[in-house]
Write a protein that binds this ligand. Structure first.
Ligand code: 4NP
Length: 161
């Protein structure tokens, strides 16, 4: 199903914006492109420690293995304006979602969700933080990013935003 006239903004959020959310951003960019969704896509972290950094080498490697170059991405922290600029803010885990709810400005309009809320049977689950894990964990993160991106694309096409 093509969603040619759908225009939507989606921001993916994790803690550092160097491991999980760049993969979700990359997976959703590819999905939006393939499905004809005209999307503004970005990612950010609830924390600012890695501001300006490229994605973790292990995230860059797993994306590259799947044909996507994310080396130009740079980490940034979530800002107040994101809550009105984007239609969807998609958190990787429950702590990210809680932090987003805490910092959301009064004028926020974005719909908040977890990435895995968009995957049938995995609603409410978190994408595990692979930062302190072995390289193989990044393969799991990639698979979850793709599954979440597909489910979110389905729901955007269905709901028109
Ligand atoms: P991310 O992973 O939230 O998926 O980008 C992390 C990256 C860095 C840190 C924690 C998680 N850190 O503590 O620096």
């Amino acid at each position: 199903m093509k969603g040619k006239n759908v225009r939507v903004g989606v921001l993916f959020v994790c803690l550092g914006n160097i491991c999980r959310s760049p993969l979700a951003e990359a997976a959703f960019r590819a999905e939006a492109e393939e499905r004809g969704i005209d999307a503004l896509v970005d990612s950010a972290g609830t924390g600012g420690w890695h501001r300006g950094d490229p994605p973790d080498p292990r995230s860059r490697a797993v994306a590259k293995r799947h044909g996507v170059d994310i080396s130009s991405y740079r980490a940034r922290q979530v800002a107040d304006a994101d809550f009105t600029r984007f239609d969807h803010i998609v958190a990787m885990d429950a702590a990210n979602l809680r932090d987003l709810r805490r910092i959301a400005p009064a004028e926020a309009t974005a719909r908040l969700s977890l990435l895995l809320d968009h995957v049938a049977g995995r609603e409410g689950q978190s994408v595990a933080d692979p930062y302190y894990e072995a390289d193989a964990a990044f393969g799991v993160t990639w698979a979850e990013a793709v599954a979440g991106a597909k489910g979110l694309a389905d729901s955007i096409i269905r709901e028109g935003r």
